[in-house]
Design a binder for this molecule. Structure first.
Ligand code: ATP
Length: 350
């Protein structure tokens, strides 16, 4: 079953060109261009109302674009109805039929397509095996945990062997622990079946954990597309720097004084070391003097908020390798020097 789904050489699964959607005066999606490769796990990440779901619904065909085109595997499907597109959607609420058992739920799509009984039972069993629920076919959805229901919803989509699977916040209803476990499982499953996944979430950690690439949405537009490392280490705008990870910016006067440069710069908190006193920086290092304004002990690490002499403040995160909570708490109000490698200052705007 798994190998049967593996596709040939890499090509473009989805191409969106100048895609736009307005609802009355509201511009939900504003001129989006995006290519998704065959077999890729691409995440649409952004705050509520930034247009992610609308893009997904247009790819599925549930919503017609105001302008622009959608291609699937090189074919323009902009005017094609949803049922004739080689895509399946998994929603957050799963929408399982409560009166049908798990096997019947998974078989349902094949039944509608008039696939013969023997074949559809076999395919449904294979899809359930792919999500490790082969022994649960006779249960009703109400007899399953949230994570198991989520896996049934996946099996129900996988059984159709779509070229593209669209997932709209599919883990949103799960508690944090289960959610983290399902993130890993879903990524492994995607790798095994080789189907192109387009995954919608507003959770930056989820996006960083699962994706081959992330498209960050800001007010209907894509602010940046890149691998998790590119997005996190080299955010291109203050919005991306703040939405993915903690916003830690040096602006205006602080940038001029500390970096000797104009513009807005981002330095990730875990790249910054907190040193007592005023040690001299090495050639490749930056030093910024300040006072510890707040100390937050978070178990594995401590977060320091430091008011800089040059203006503004920076957050630094240190692993609690040796320090105890009492020790770090006593640092509030102390004069310190923040140090980081110059390669970790990234320009994010003018
Ligand atoms: P969320 O994470 O909350 O689902 P989202 O990023 O998926 O948000 P969309 O649901 O795509 O955002 O909505 C984008 C914008 O379009 C929002 O301002 C929303 O209010 C608006 N919108 C979406 N659907 C409709 C509709 N059917 N009618 C009117 N406005 C809509």
């Amino acid at each position: 079953f798994l190998t049967a789904l593996t596709r040939g050489p890499v090509s473009t699964a989805i191409r969106l060109t100048n895609l736009r959607k307005t609802f009355g005066d509201v511009v939900a999606v504003d001129d989006v261009d995006l290519e998704v490769a065959d077999g890729e796990f691409l995440t649409l990440l952004g705050p509520s109302g930034s247009g992610k779901t609308t893009v997904l619904r247009m790819i599925a065909g549930f919503e017609a674009p105001t302008a622009g085109t959608i291609e699937l595997a090189g074919v323009d499907v902009t005017q094609t109805p949803p049922y004739a597109r080689d895509v399946n959607t998994v929603f957050q609420d799963y929408a399982l039929f409560p009166h049908m058992d798990v096997l019947a739920n998974v078989e349902y799509g094949l039944k509608v397509k008039k696939v013969p009984k023997a074949e559809r039972t076999q395919r449904a069993q294979e899809a359930l095996a792919a999500v490790r629920l082969e022994d649960y076919g006779a249960r009703k959805p109400s007899q399953l945990s949230g994570g198991q229901r989520q896996r049934v919803a996946l099996a129900r989509a996988l059984v159709n062997r779509p070229r593209v699977l669209l997932l709209d916040e599919p883990l949103g209803a799960l508690d944090l622990k289960l959610r983290e476990q399902m993130q890993v499982e879903l990524k492994e499953l995607q790798r095994a079946v080789g189907i192109t996944f387009v995954f919608v979430t507003h959770d930056q950690e989820e996006a960083l954990t699962m994706s081959d690439r992330i498209a960050v949405f800001d007010a209907g537009r894509i602010a940046q597309v890149g691998t998790p490392v590119e997005i996190y280490e080299h955010p291109k705008t203050p919005f991306v720097a703040g939405f993915v990870g903690v916003s830690n910016l040096l602006e205006a006067g602080a940038a001029a004084t500390i970096l000797g440069r104009e513009g807005t710069w981002s330095v990730r908190p875990e790249k910054i070391r907190v040193m007592l006193g005023s040690p001299a920086p090495e050639a490749h290092e930056r030093a910024a003097a300040g006072v510890i304004h707040e100390v937050v002990y978070v178990g594995m690490a401590t977060r320091f908020i430091v008011d800089l002499d040059a203006g503004g403040s920076l957050i630094a995160v240190q692993q609690n390798t040796h320090a105890t909570s009492d020790e770090v708490n006593s640092m509030r109000g102390q004069r310190v020097t923040l140090m980081w490698n110059t390669e970790h200052e990234v320009p994010v705007g003018p």
